[in-house]
Design a protein around this ligand. Structure first.
Ligand code: IVH
Length: 695
């Protein structure tokens, strides 16, 4: 047996340097979001540290970055009694209640002076307490019932935005005073983008998905094996201090370089200096009116944040005033949660109906008992397809949880009908005949179903007309979904060409249509007659031909008759046109009915120039997008054309320079890479909103 080699002073020094450097880069990367070295360089430092520690295991310290992931899972959780109880917050829902909160404070403090408040997002995650002794993270615990929680140190140590040693990210600032004891509280949460990725992975590997980011965060922190937490995108924002004891030379009011905080705002500055993350959206304001303005501005930002919030927290900023105000039984008198509309509520599925799309796809839609969720009343939620219904185990009559968070499309996330429910449930079945035209419904691939009626089907006709009139196509102002529905249902129009033969009297015979609106609509229809060829071509609604493909076809062929006459081979010469798109185009123009509609449109006066369809701007100049996975509302080409028209670049692979990744279902390695590099990720609904916000 060879004796273990003895470390020399040089090894001790190198280990110290490596740990300091890695802690600094962790802080720059995870806390400040501004790394200064490439990943390979970081990996090299980490590998060297691991190598030295393997050689000299006696020199491993508990704050070494290698110790973030402990290897052995725990056999159970240890209870922790909080030194200072972890309170919860009283709630208000409107301005009046917030005024009353301030009135109570004034009365108790017997003051008319203006009160300063610290306002913060109320992050929807898991409340935790971190204990640092002499700068070292020694314990992390859940809030539990406020008095006793569970020790989750093994999992919390894996979060890279939590320092294992205070101030270790600020290696340069040697003057920074480190507290003897600090017990800091905050919220551990999962990012929205990280949550989507975790669920996608769970679905792919046949695992169980989480209902929302909060459950995912809580579920992860409750694991005995810390390797699970190490793989999940958890973060923390600190929001209060339970215990703060400085060293003796600092308790008199000044520390070596820092003054003991007298306000929450100062406390946050101090926490930041120690390398703890506090919410960048926080603000200090004067008076309750400014609190309200803060809460309203935060609500407007809600959908754009990469974490879920359920309100704003408003706290008296001055710590002495907090102490003067004290506590009620369970809540501080100096703090209040201003709650936002819930993003998840339960309701009942009254029915499941089937909608027919432009190309005949049949989609199940849940008709719900109307509920207020995410700030709007929702009475429908798409169920996507039959596989989704099976996955949810959904029946008509079930009580379900509806979620409308960030994006605008409400989703059924879970069935919660209890065992003892008396609800009468019935199975959901795909109809054999199209609900709109009675034609046979046929399976299309493994999970989709389609109406075989084509343009005989009024539902498909309506969708085709809507598409033709919509933005991006002929853009007829005032001819929206409802009106198209009325026009088709009353038999005034059968196809897109009929739109241009509408008369004022016919329009006025419709419900809620006065003379003025009718004339405005006719003027808009007249204006739309003069269009561009790419718009016209896109408007025809040929499957797989989005705006970018339409533009590419026009650029290549120059005129409609040439596109109509092109065979599959000629079509495939167009950039980005493959055999499937080529076949759709060829098939569309081979159809005599379609050709007749085009002729009638031209006879009605529709004409075009061959210029570009997309208005150019440079609002996204300098931004680099990567598109991955399938998009459902537009083709990738179209997404690309739209981004380019706004001045953005669209790249084929993800790098540190990438500003956004747009990920649809089926996204793979590019999405993994984006998560690894912490590039912000949008799903398709967010992308569609993003585009319309920038047009
Ligand atoms: S302060 C004594 N600030 O909301 C003050 N809480 O019911 C205690 N929360 O359990 C909390 N964001 O989990 C505070 N910026 C924030 C918060 C926040 C989220 C949670 C926390 C607490 C619950 C209050």
């Amino acid at each position: 047996m060879t004796a273990p080699s003895l470390p020399g002073q040089d090894v001790v020094e190198e280990l110290k340097q490596l740990r300091q450097q890695i802690a600094r880069h962790d802080y720059l990367y995870h806390t400040l979001d501004s790394p200064v070295i490439p990943d390979v360089e970081y990996d090299r430092l980490f590998a060297r540290l691991e190598q030295l520690e393997a050689q000299f295991p006696a020199l491993i310290t508990s704050d070494s970055p290698t110790q973030r992931v402990g290897s052995a899972p725990l056999s159970g959780f240890v209870q922790v009694t909080h030194e200072v109880p972890m309170m919860s917050l009283a709630k208000v829902f409107n301005a009046t209640e917030l005024d009353e909160f301030e009135a109570r404070i004034r009365k108790r403090l017997d003051t008319h002076a203006e009160i300063r408040y610290s306002c913060e997002p109320k992050v929807d995650g898991v409340a935790v307490s971190l204990l640092y002794e002499d700068g070292l993270l020694v314990r992390a615990a859940t809030r539990g019932d406020g008095v006793t929680g569970e020790d989750i140190t093994h999992n919390v140590r894996t979060l890279r935005d939590i320092p294992l040693r205070l101030g270790s990210g600020n290696a340069i600032d040697t003057a920074l005073a480190i507290p003897r004891r600090l017990e800091v509280r905050g919220e551990i949460y999962m990012t929205r983008s990280g949550f989507d990725a975790v669920n996608r992975e769970a679905e792919q590997s046949g695992g169980k998905s989480f209902v929302n980011p909060r459950n995912a965060a809580a579920g992860t922190l409750r694991q005995l094996d810390p390797r699970i937490a190490a793989r999940r995108p958890l973060r923390m924002f600190c929001y209060s201090v339970g215990v703060l004891e400085m060293n003796d030379d600092a308790t008199s009011g000044t520390t070596k370089g820092a003054t003991l905080p007298t306000t929450l705002n100062d406390t946050f500055t101090l926490l930041e200096q120690w390398g703890l993350k506090v919410n960048p959206e926080r603000a200090t304001v004067s008076g309750v009116a400014e609190c309200l303005a803060y809460a309203e501005a935060l609500l407007a930002k809600r959908a754009g944040l990469d974490y879920e919030i359920d309100g704003a927290v408003i706290k008296v900023d001055r710590l002495q005033l907090q102490a003067d105000l004290g506590f009620n039984a369970r809540t501080p008198r100096w703090a209040m949660a201003y709650k936002f509309p819930a993003e998840e509520v339960s309701t009942i599925v009254r029915d499941v109906e089937f909608q027919v799309g432009r190309t005949g796809t049949i989609t199940p839609v849940a008709r719900l008992e109307p509920v207020f969720v995410g700030g709007v009343t929702v009475s429908n939620a798409t169920l996507h397809n039959m596989a989704e219904i099976a996955r949810l185990g959904l029946h008509v009559g079930d009580t379900v949880i509806i979620r409308r968070a960030g994006d605008v499309i409400p989703k059924v996330v879970k069935v919660v009908t209890g065992q003892d429910s008396t609800a009468v449930l019935s199975d959901v079945k795909m109809p054999e005949h199209c609900p709109a035209c009675g034609s046979a419904v046929e399976p299309d691939g493994d999970i989709l179903f389609r109406c075989s009626g084509g343009l005989v089907c009024p539902a498909q006709r309506k969708e085709a007309i809507r598409h033709f009139c919509a933005r991006g196509a002929l853009d007829i102002e005032g001819l929206g979904d409802k009106l198209v529905e009325q026009l088709v249902d009353t038999g005034l129009i059968h196809d897109v060409a009929d739109v241009f033969h509408l008369q004022a009297e016919q329009l006025q015979s419709l419900e809620r249509m006065g003379e003025k609106s009718a004339n405005n609509l006719l003027a808009a229809i007249d204006k739309a007659k003069s269009t561009t060829l790419p718009r016209f071509l896109y408007g025809l609604g040929i499957p797989e031909v989005g705006e970018a493909t339409a533009l590419a076809l026009v650029t290549h062929f120059g005129a409609l008759d040439r596109i109509m006459a092109a065979d599959v081979q000629a079509l495939e010469e167009v950039e980005d046109v493959g055999p499937i798109v080529a076949a759709h185009v060829q098939h569309f123009f081979a159809n005599a009915e379609n050709r007749a509609v085009i002729e009638r449109l031209q006879q009605a006066g529709v004409h075009w120039s061959d210029t570009e369809v997309l208005e150019q701007s440079d609002v996204l100049a300098g931004q680099i997008f990567v598109l991955t996975g399938t998009l459902e509302q537009m083709t990738r080409d179209e997404a690309k054309a739209r981004l380019q028209a706004l001045g953005a670049k669209v790249a084929g692979s993800v790098s540190k320079k990438t500003t956004w990744v747009v990920a649809g279902p089926g996204a793979g390695s590019k999405l993994d890479k984006a998560q690894e590099l912490e590039i912000p990720i949008m799903d398709e609904p967010a992308f569609v909103t993003f585009l319309s916000d920038h047009y």
